[in-house]
Design a protein around this ligand. Structure first.
Ligand code: ADP
Length: 499
C-alpha cells in the first residue's frame, strides 16, 4: 500500500494530505467550514461541519491521487486542540455546537476558580494555566447552560471529546471513544504527572468521569474506519493535537529539540524529555507524542502576532499587495536603521504576558523609510521567538542546539537568516513544510510498520539550513535594544486610555 493519509483538522478548514513512502506529498484537498460567532468573544463550530468537511476532503484527496482506500496503509489525525464537543452516546447527536479554543465565554468561571485558589493545584497536575482557552470550563459551560444536559451526563448518556475523539467516534460508528495523550493534556482534566484523568480536577470543574474518552498513545492502532463514506476500512493509527503533531513532524523527539511554526502567530515547542517540569517563565508544560509509550513532555510558548505583522503592513499600511513581497522591501535596506517594532497589537503573549502592552514603532528618524519599517517588522518576529526560546533554555538548562521551522512565514529567507543570526544556532527548514500533517502521518506510519523507525524517516528528509553568520556582539546589542523597547511598550494601555 503506497500511502498514509493525514487528516489535518484545523480551525478554519479541514485538510487531507496523502504522503508516499518517501514522506512526499502525493495529494492535498482542503475544505473550509463556517465559523460561528454568536456573541462577543464566543466562537463555535458545528460538529457536523467539522465531520463532513473532513470526510469530503479525505474522499477528494483519494480521487485526486487516483487512489482507493485500499491504497492507504493507515490514517493519522492532527487536530485543532482544546475545542470541545459533547454528544449523546445513543443517537450520536451533539448536544450543542462545539466551543472553539478561541472562545472566551468562560473567563468569569476561570476568575472565580482562581479566587477560590485552585490555580496552583491545576498547574501542578496539568502544567497549564487556568484559562478559558483549555477544555474543562467549556465542558462545564455546556453542562450548565444547555437544557437537561447535566442530568443526562450524570446518567452516563453523554460523551465528551476534543475534535480527534469526535472524528474517530464517527469514523468507527461509535465503537471507539478515545483521545490521545497530547489532546488529553489540553483539557485541564488530565494529570500529566500521573498519566490519568484526575478525579480532583473533574470534581473542581464539576464534570462526570463517565464522559471522558479512553486515553491512547499517539502512535497506536485504535481501530478501523467503518463508516461507508470516505476512507472505508483504513486503520486509524495516529492521533495528536496540531502543535504536538508538528513537533513530531519535525522529528523533535529528543530533549532540547525545538520547533517554531511561523503562522499568523508563532508556536514554539521544545521537547524536554521524560521528566515533568513546571516552567518558571510562564510557559505551559504539555505532553508530547511518544512512540516509546511513556509520557514525554514539552514546553510550549505562543506568540500572538507573528506573520500577522506582515498582514498588517500589507492591509493597513498598504506597503505591498502580497505577503511574500515583504522580503524584497526589507532587503532594500541593509538594516532597520535603528527602528524597533514591537507588534503588541493584542498585548504580549509568552513569556511577557502583558495584556496592556501596546504596539509600538520606535526610533523613527527623518531618513526612515518603508524598507526600515518592513525590516523591523520581520525582525520583531525573530525577536519574539528569541524571547520564548531564551525562557525555555532558562527553564530547562538544556540550551537549544538548533531550531526547526515551518509555517507560512518560514518561507522568508531574510527572516530565517536573521533568526539564525540572533539565536546563534542553525535554523533548519524542511523541504516539506506541512509539519502538522506530516506528524500525524509519521505517527500512523510508525504504528503500522509503513515506516520502521524515526531514524528511517530522518534519512529521507531534505532541508535548508540557515547558519548564524552575523557578529555576535552586534546581535547582542540589537537584542538589547529590542528588550528595552518591549519594556517601553508594556503597560501602555493599563490606564484604560487606549483600550
Ligand atoms: P496560519 O496557519 O496561521 O493561517 P500560515 O502558516 O498559512 O498561517 O502563514 C500565513 C502567515 O504568514 C500570514 O500571517 C502571512 O502574513 C505570513 N507570510 C506569508 N508569507 C510570508 C513571507 N514570505 N514573509 C513573511 N510572512 C509571510
Amino acid at each position: 500500500m503506497p500511502y498514509i493519509l493525514a487528516l489535518d483538522q484545523g480551525t478554519t478548514s479541514s485538510r487531507a494530505i496523502l504522503f508516499d513512502k518517501q514522506g512526499q506529498i502525493a495529494g492535498v484537498a482542503q475544505h473550509e467550514f463556517p465559523q460561528i460567532f454568536p456573541a462577543a468573544g464566543w466562537v463555535e463550530h458545528d460538529p457536523l461541519d467539522i465531520l463532513t468537511s473532513q470526510l469530503s476532503a479525505a474522499v477528494e484527496v483519494l480521487g485526486k491521487a487516483g487512489a482507493t482506500p485500499r491504497d492507504v496503509a493507515a490514517l493519522g489525525i492532527a487536530n485543532q486542540r482544546e475545542t470541545t464537543i459533547v454528544w449523546d452516546r445513543e443517537t450520536g447527536k451533539p448536544v450543542s455546537n462545539a466551543i472553539v479554543w478561541q472562545d472566551r465565554r468562560t473567563a468569569p468561571m476561570c476568575s472565580r476558580l482562581r479566587e477560590e485558589g485552585v490555580e496552583e493545584t491545576v498547574r501542578q497536575k496539568t502544567g497549564l494555566l487556568l484559562d478559558p482557552y483549555f477544555s474543562a470550563t467549556k465542558i462545564a459551560w455546556i453542562l450548565d447552560n444547555v437544557e437537561g444536559v447535566r442530568a443526562r451526563a450524570e446518567k452516563g448518556k453523554l460523551a465528551f471529546g476534543t475534535v480527534d475523539s469526535w472524528l474517530i467516534w464517527n469514523l468507527t460508528n461509535g465503537k471507539r471513544h478515545v483521545t490521545d495523550r497530547t489532546n488529553a493534556s489540553r483539557t485541564l482534566l488530565y494529570n500529566i504527572v500521573e498519566d490519568r484523568w484526575d478525579e480532583e480536577l473533574l470534581r473542581i470543574f464539576g464534570i462526570p468521569a463517565s464522559m471522558m474518552p479512553e486515553v491512547v498513545w499517539s502512535s497506536e492502532m485504535v481501530g478501523r474506519v467503518t463508516t461507508p463514506l470516505g476512507p472505508g476500512d483504513v486503520a486509524i493509527a495516529g492521533i495528536a493535537g496540531d502543535q504536538q503533531s508538528a513537533l513530531f513532524g519535525q522529528l523533535c523527539v529528543g530533549p532540547g529539540d525545538a520547533k517554531c511554526t511561523y503562522g499568523t502567530g508563532c508556536f514554539l515547542l521544545q521537547n524536554i524529555g521524560g521528566t515533568f517540569r513546571l516552567s518558571g517563565q510562564r510557559l505551559v508544560t504539555t505532553l508530547a507524542c511518544s512512540t516509546a509509550r511513556k509520557p514525554e513532555y514539552a514546553l510550549e510558548g505562543s506568540i500572538f502576532i507573528g506573520g500577522a505583522v506582515v498582514q498588517w503592513l500589507r492591509d493597513k499600511m498598504c506597503f505591498f499587495s502580497f505577503a511574500p513581497d515583504v522580503e524584497g522591501i526589507a532587503a532594500s535596506v541593509d538594516d532597520s536603521g535603528d527602528v524597533v517594532f514591537v507588534p503588541a497589537f493584542t498585548g504580549l503573549g509568552a513569556p511577557h504576558w502583558d495584556p496592556y502592552a501596546a504596539g509600538m514603532i520606535i526610533g523613527i528618524r527623518r531618513d526612515t523609510g518603508i524598507g526600515h519599517i518592513a525590516r523591523a517588522a520581520i525582525e520583531s518576529i525573530a525577536f519574539q521567538v528569541a524571547d520564548v526560546l531564551k525562557a525555555m533554555d532558562a527553564d530547562t538548562g538544556i540550551p537549544c542546539r538548533e531550531l526547526r521551522v515551518d509555517g507560512g512565514a518560514a518561507a522568508n529567507d531574510l527572516l530565517m537568516q536573521f533568526q539564525a543570526d540572533l539565536l546563534g544556532i542553525p535554523v533548519h527548514r524542511p523541504a516539506v513544510l506541512e509539519s502538522t500533517a506530516l506528524g500525524a502521518a509519521y505517527l500512523a506510519g510508525l504504528a503500522t510498520g509503513f515506516w520502521n523507525s524515526v531514524n528511517e524517516i530522518a534519512t529521507m528528509r531534505a532541508e535548508a539550513v540557515f547558519k548564524p553568520r552575523a557578529d555576535r556582539a552586534q546581535m547582542a546589542r540589537c537584542y538589547g535594544r529590542w528588550r528595552e523597547a518591549v519594556e517601553r511598550a508594556k503597560g501602555w494601555n493599563a490606564g484604560g486610555s487606549g483600550m
